[in-house]
Design a protein around this ligand. Structure first.
Ligand SMILES: CC(=O)N[C@H]1[C@@H](OP(=O)(O)OP(=O)(O)OC[C@H]2O[C@@H](n3ccc(=O)[nH]c3=O)[C@H](O)[C@@H]2O)O[C@H](CO)[C@@H](O)[C@@H]1O
Ligand SMILES: C=C(OP(=O)(O)O)C(=O)O
Length: 426
């Protein structure tokens, strides 16, 4: 359990860890390449630990250089082994990224339905269309799904996504990688987590062309032998969360360790609200000292290229509660997100009007009061920390397992900026 009390404005400089949502596709891609890959800046979080356990259980070899606890080496699976039983895959959403590597390692992937944040009905139908396009056999039942590799599928696979799913885009590319086939995909995802994985594959010779409407992927023209070294980018969502925490307490500070422009949507929102902020190539800076503008914030999560990553929204909602104006939030990508967020923020006394299950509106500034709340999912947890820093009295936050799925130590970073946050036994 965490206890959080309000205090003086946060100040200082802090460095983010590697991003969960960038690390998970890179780990799956490393396995899918069948090469030894050195990964740097791997965050020490529960979802990464789960992914590593799944990789090992599937026959892949892992090593952690003693000189750097955040580095990891992923080595190919020895021989085509038996199909592993992977019940832990139910704990994380991104276990589905492993399907191509499993097809490479044992010819079949047999997995329970993925878990992760409980933020609505999170389908996999588009993934199955991808496997079918490669000629694979897909079977589903109440407990999970099974994909059996097609040994002789089409030489070039064409897939048109009905919407720009990040998960489907990742698995389609990795399915092409394990088979050395060409892929042409319509309506691809454009998030930095996906384009970062594409850049990593380009580095080892894959010919990848990402346009606004289409993605083409073709195998390297020659065998590559050089050592492979990839780096997990810093966590843009952690950076956005910390920026909102600085802003919510009227503080100022600098967040380093990620590509600053990936946090541009948060910087833009802060400036609109009257909180002077900027980004640099590898930092976000909250300058502080501005006057609240009263401007209405409109935060709409979108999978469109350049659209707002849904995971930024909860922290912005917590910030907006303390600032004048009527602010609108929408996340139709994750239809259960607001249910989690609103149920907990209202425990702190927040008045948020649910316009639809995926749209809500609030008018600030509101006075919040400390209460007992639960981190129902990762981003609800981080939003609650921000809200608690501005609430009167003490807030206790439980379900820290959710926070630890995505952040090695978010409370510690807030504490380093001066927040009164402590772990306590119940
Ligand atoms: C590990 C990871 O990076 N997770 C992120 C990823 O989740 P996730 O991997 O679920 O994101 P996708 O873009 O693939 O899917 C978004 C939504 O589309 C729907 N869908 C998706 C695939 C499919 O075959 N059928 C289907 O119905 C689901 O409701 C899903 O929740 O993007 C979300 C939205 O940007 C973020 O909030 C998550 O943090
Ligand atoms: C929704 C999230 O994670 P996942 O997709 O892994 O459940 C998240 O990172 O906020």
């Amino acid at each position: 359990m965490l206890t959080v009390r309000p205090g003086r404005p946060l100040r200082g400089t802090v460095r983010v860890d590697g991003s969960k949502n960038a690390a998970l596709p890179l780990l799956a891609a490393a396995a899918a390449t069948g090469r030894t890959v050195h990964l740097a800046n791997v965050p020490a979080i529960a979802d990464v630990d789960a992914m590593l356990a799944l990789l090992q259980r599937s026959g892949y070899h892992l090593a952690r250089p003693v000189s750097d606890p955040r580095a990891l080496v992923v080595m190919p699976a020895s021989d085509r082994g038996p199909v592993p039983e992977l019940s832990e895959a139910a704990h994380i959403r991104a276990s589905y990224y492993l399907v191509p590597a499993l097809l490479a390692a044992s010819g079949q992937a047999m997995l329970p339905w993925p878990g992760g944040c409980r933020i609505g009905d999170r389908g996999m139908d588009q993934h199955f269309k991808v496997y079918a396009a490669f000629g694979d056999k897909v079977e589903v039942d109440d407990d999970g799904y099974r994909v059996t590799v097609a040994e002789h599928g089409p030489v070039e696979v064409m897939v048109d996504l009905p919407f720009r799913s990040r998960g489907t885009s990742v698995v389609a590319v990795l399915r092409a990688v394990i088979s050395g086939r060409r892929l042409l995909m319509g309506n691809p995802n454009h998030s930095p987590e996906f384009t970062g994985m594409l850049a990593a594959l380009r580095q080892i010779g894959w010919q990848i062309d990402l346009g606004t409407e289409t993605l083409s992927v073709a195998p390297p023209v020659s065998e590559q032998e050089a050592p492979v070294a990839w780096t997990v980018p810093g966590d843009k969502i952690e950076a956005g969360t910390l920026a909102c925490a600085l802003a919510a307490t009227g503080g100022a500070g600098r967040i380093e360790g990620m590509r600053g422009e990936e946090a541009a949507p948060v910087v833009g929102a802060l400036n609109l609200l009257g909180i002077n902020s900027s980004f640099e190539p590898a930092a976000v800076v909250v300058h502080g000292g501005g006057q609240p503008s009263g401007a209405p914030l409109r935060v709409v999560a979108s999978l469109a290229p350049g659209g707002l990553d849904a995971d930024f929204e909860p922290a912005l909602m917590a910030l907006a509660l303390g600032l004048p104006g009527t602010h609108l939030f929408a996340d139709s990508i994750n239809p259960g997100r607001h249910r989690n967020l609103l149920s907990q923020l209202t425990r702190l006394g927040a008045a948020i009007e649910a316009l639809t299950p995926t749209q809500c509106r609030l008018t600030g500034p509101q006075r919040l009061n400390g209460a007992a709340v639960e981190a129902m999912d990762i981003r609800t947890g981080s939003a609650l920390l921000i809200a608690a820093l501005t609430a009167r009295g003490t807030t206790t936050v439980t379900r820290l397992d959710q926070l630890r799925r995505g952040h090695p130590d978010l409370p510690g970073k807030l504490r380093a900026l001066g927040a009164d946050i402590h772990e306590a036994d119940r």
